[in-house]
Design a protein. Structure first.
Length: 212
């Protein structure tokens, strides 16, 4: 018996298949300011994931949750309020919940443990706060420990271009399955962003956090 391999989708096909699973996110607190980024729907019950640094801010060395957190679907103009369930600063993961009057399209999880050097990947998120968009690249290193903000993080290294608004967005494979959350870039000694290198939290790490 022969099984046909799943044919990879085109970049436009990937975007169209997951665009309703990706949200713009806005977080704000009076006298502190506003943060924006991306979020990913992972369950029909309204469970959403993003980066902890998107929904929290630091003041006097302590982390605080923004007072108002809201999200927007790609086909909407107005934002919808969401509630934060839990977050972990060290893992940089936050779990949110939305009560929604529309059918939700949760993203499907992929298997990041099977990633190989050179695999094609795509980042989908609120790039530079201009709306949901897609960029493409390859996996530079499937799993690597990187020091970032005084913490060692196990992440996926890619050559994809991302911006601040991509934080909390989706890193997906050629079938639109979630491999990780796009999270951070590194800077050089002059504090300039190093382009062509980006890092994502692996899907396996996210799933473990959700279950605990």
């Amino acid at each position: 018996m022969y099984f046909l391999a799943t044919k990879p989708k085109s970049p436009s096909g990937i975007f169209n298949s997951v665009k309703n699973s990706i949200l713009e996110i806005k977080a704000e607190t009076e006298n502190v300011g506003e943060s924006y980024g991306s979020a990913v729907i992972i369950s029909e019950d309204g469970t959403i994931i993003t980066n902890a640094h998107v929904v929290t801010y630091k003041q006097l060395g302590e982390s605080h949750v923004f007072d108002n957190i809201s999200v927007r679907f790609i086909d909407e103009e107005s934002f919808r309020k969401v509630n934060i369930i839990k977050y972990d600063i060290d893992l940089d993961i936050a779990i949110l919940k939305i009560e929604c009057d529309r059918n939700l399209s949760p993203i499907k999880f992929g298997d990041d443990s099977k990633l190989k050097h050179g695999d094609s990947v795509y980042a989908i998120g609120n790039m530079s706060n201009y709306g949901i968009s897609i960029t493409s690249g390859i996996v530079s290193i499937p799993h690597i420990n990187v020091s970032y903000e005084d913490k060692i993080r196990n992440v996926i290294q890619c050559d994809i271009t991302i911006s601040d608004g991509n934080s909390g967005g989706a890193l997906v494979d050629q079938n639109g399955k979630l491999l990780g959350l796009t999270t951070f870039r590194l800077k050089d000694k002059s504090n300039n962003v190093i382009y062509g290198i980006s890092y994502s939290i692996p899907a396996g790490t996210i799933m473990e956090y959700i279950k605990n």
